[in-house]
Design a protein around this ligand. Sequence first.
Ligand code: ZN
Length: 54
Amino acid sequence: MAPKKTDATTPCSKCAGTMTINMIQPLPMEPDFMQHTFVCAACGEVAKFKFRKG
Ligand SMILES: [Zn+2]
């Protein structure tokens, strides 16, 4: 399940762990969006989600 823009954590898709937000960065090709990167502390899985600004 995809997180909401304000979520600081999201369930890991690979294991039963919790992914924590690691980085928020702009997308040069999509200036209306920010990319939120989550990393799972348990297995190291990385997931990136795009959210519209504002
Ligand atoms: Zn995991």
